[in-house]
Design a binder for this molecule. Structure first.
Ligand SMILES: [Zn+2]
Length: 345
């Protein structure tokens, strides 16, 4: 079930199921040739993924949807320099990126919106839940956290390791100025773009961006391709439902929030991961094992090759709360628990 991107590409070469459809033929050929390199990848005519290997903590993807001189940007990046570089690359790629009409933030984590202030004049769209959560995750607060990191012991060292290469100083906040719940249909020129709220799952207000005519979906962090997901909000059952909704849209390509461009099989794998983790966590919960011990005890099996495995401790903790566990008084924060996990390896 779990395949590397290379194996997936090989399989695509062998399978030409969609090749009779013109637009899809282009996409299939594109994915076949696509490598996981930093920068722009045209996933359909006039539609690009902007990828940032290695897709780990903070290294998020974005997207550009154009038609004629109209454009919609899916997400900005974690800091101003990365976002400025991305916008410059987009402008070199297509004149439609000169003035971006609409910016969609898929959710409230900073690696998807801290660069918003550089997209001047754009209408900024997010779910109402994501917009509310952004107020709690300000770049100034994040900058302060990183300044405190040297005094935070193991957790601080973990923070420095995962976020130390980003610059959170001096970021002006540009929040969404148009919000919605459930869904919102937009157009970019003549192109149809549907925003679908699938959260709470990864965060409080996750949105996926669906291009029904091109059968492309920008998933935000509903899909980490090649890495463990992290359940900041949950419930996990809602994340499984989000996978089902994506699969029901029958996309040809999915652009994940992190990692290389994927086929829908990657979404099915993620669904399987959550089902597996739910069963394994429940089994241990029923025997009275602690969440922290359960996270260490579960054999990750087919998912052991995924990166950022410290996230398992957060995901199991979230499942335990869903099962009705009380949070023990000595339980650390998610960051503390991941730092401890990472420190043991
Ligand atoms: Zn992210």
């Amino acid at each position: 079930m779990i395949e590397s991107f290379e194996a997936e590409r090989k399989r695509q070469r062998a399978r030409r199921k969609w090749d009779h459809v013109g637009a899809v033929q282009v996409q299939t050929a594109t994915v076949r040739a696509m490598k996981y390199r930093k920068g722009m990848h045209e996933v359909a005519s006039g539609i690009w993924a902007y990828l940032q290997p290695d897709g780990g903590w903070g290294w998020s993807n974005a997207g550009l949807i154009t038609d004629g001189d109209r454009s919609l940007l899916v997400d900005t990046l974690f800091d101003l320099k990365l976002t400025a570089d991305m916008l410059a690359t987009m402008r070199r790629t297509t004149p439609a990126a000169k003035n971006i009409d609409t910016l969609v933030n898929t959710h409230a984590n900073g690696d998807h919106w801290y660069g918003n202030s550089l997209v001047e004049g754009a209408e900024i769209v997010a779910s109402a839940s994501a917009a509310a959560e952004m107020l709690e995750l300000s770049p100034a607060g994040f900058a302060q956290l990183m300044k405190s990191a040297p005094d935070m012991g193991e957790t601080g060292a973990f923070l420095m390791r995962i976020f130390g290469s980003f610059d959170f100083e001096g970021i002006d906040v540009a929040l969404p100025n148009r919000t919605f719940s459930d869904g919102l249909d937009l157009t970019v020129g003549d192109r149809r773009v549907s925003l679908i709220e699938v959260g709470p799952a990864h965060t409080a207000g996750d949105v996926v961006v669906h291009l029904p005519d091109e059968r492309v979906i920008f998933t935000g962090d509903i899909l980490f391709h090649g890495g463990h997901p992290i359940v900041w909000a949950g419930p996990v059952s809602n994340w499984i439902a989000a996978c089902d909704r994506i699969l029901a849209l029958d996309p040809v390509l999915v652009v994940p929030g992190h990692g290389p461009v994927a086929r829908p099989a990657a979404v099915a794998d993620l669904r399987g991961y959550f089902e597996y983790l739910t069963v394994e966590a429940r089994r241990r919960f029923d025997t009275g094992m602690s969440a922290a011990d359960a996270a260490r005890d579960i054999d990750l099996g087919p998912y052991s090759g995924w990166s950022e495995d410290e996230r398992v401790v957060v995901n199991v903790g979230c499942l335990y709360r869903e099962f009705g566990a009380e949070t023990p008084s000595d339980a650390g924060s998610p960051l503390d628990n991941m730092a401890a996990w990472a420190g043991e390896r």
